[in-house]
Design a protein around this ligand. Sequence first.
Ligand code: FAD
Length: 464
Amino acid sequence: MPTYDLIVIGAGPGGYVCAIRAAQLGLKVACVEGRETLGGTCLNVGCIPSKALLHASHLLHETHENFEKMGLMGAKPKVDWEKMQGYKAETVGGNTKGIEFLFKKNKIDWLKGWASIEAPGKVKVGDTVHETKNIVIASGSEPASLKGVEVDNAAGIVVDSTGALSLPKIPKSMVVIGAGVIGLELGSVYARLGAEVTVVEYLDAITPGMDGEVQKQFQRILAKQGLKFVLGAAVQEVEVEKGKAEVKYKLRKDDSEHEIKAECVLVATGRRPYVTGLGLDKVGVALTDRGFVQIDKHWQTSMPGIYAIGDAVPGPMLAHKAEDEGMAVAEVIAGKHGHVNYDVIPGVIYTTPEVASVGLTEEAAKANGRKIKVGKFPFMGNARAKALFQAEGFVKMIADADTDRVLGCHIIGPNAGEMIHEVCVAMEFGASAQDIALTCHAHPTCSEAVREAALACGDGAIHA
Ligand code: FAD
């Protein structure tokens, strides 16, 4: 008899959530993690440390920009970088320890070390081969590299997101290569802490895939906060000399060559699946042409009994998507019906203001030939957002032109990342825009703007 019903490889949000749900469903579970602490990319070098730095730098920015406007006078705080790093580390530590506690509570064995799959049902960690009925690969992702650019996180000059979370000092100038979520969040952090930040992006718009109006307004707001943008620029190479970096790029429109010097360069050109050392080719687990683990509708790989979830498989590389897949695959393995609704996975950028979206964009709906109506409401008409000095954004709701069913929502505004969930719940329940419009929303809240956007899908918003 195998020792385990399930061995999960990787203790990120996909893997640890899968292990806990499987244990709750009565399975004997182990989770292998090669890192010193549990929680994966998300807790150790991703979502959580970046949000700690975003929070601290947001508050600093508020003291400099808005405190006096509210009659809060006095000396402005200075940054103690070491202490801020300590706050970040404590936030991370508290959370990784929390998962250790949950593993103990749910009687999950943490197998410490790097795993390889010897054969279906056999997972090797160190010199020991553990037997199991099922395996879930939740090995996550790593920063993608860029041709001509060598990352050295220890030196702190050309870094990826992991290095950018722990720079030895706050640089005076920074070039961020890539205007995606990670680049803009971390770029915002350093801009607020005083760095001159230039974002260089290959495409002609920031945050690819987002609603076009949101992209434009978001860029405008970030530019007002001091971030500079060079769009349509292909980075050729980064040279490091005497402790400074020079980023060489060509503008795509005319092939003209340019360069920018900076104390620090953050390479944020995306992430790629991490399956190194798992021995997948040996056991015959197929990969897609982009290197993700290939899965079917039930997260099973090309080998029966071996499943895969999270950043290692195709789909949005988001912690909550990994968690949902973790829960669902645990249910499937336990003989139940696991389900993930890929049409309702919110995406959030935790800048100030926040940007959040779910479902179809106007562009995607039109490209699919779908008849839609768009309800838009500016935060200028929302008293609470004005009091917060964050009234520059808007809520944009997309509903089906015939049935009024909500198909998507895009928000740029205060606490957008919290507000988006009312739309997610509405979409899960197949609600119409009118359902949201008829729901009483407390005043004064920023969420009233969501209701107003829903009203704008019908007879019209009240405060616009
Ligand atoms: P991971 O979290 O990558 O975990 C995989 C784990 O598997 C790792 O700990 C790794 O050590 C381990 N592992 C790999 N191979 C083996 C092996 N052979 N043996 C043992 N262990 C192994 N997402 C959000 O939703 N919201 C955010 O705000 C957000 N912010 C981010 C900020 C940054 C800077 C970064 C880099 C990412 C951010 N993400 C965010 C993305 C998020 O971190 C990932 O989508 C998420 O961590 C994926 O979870 P996962 O479980 O698939 O993999």
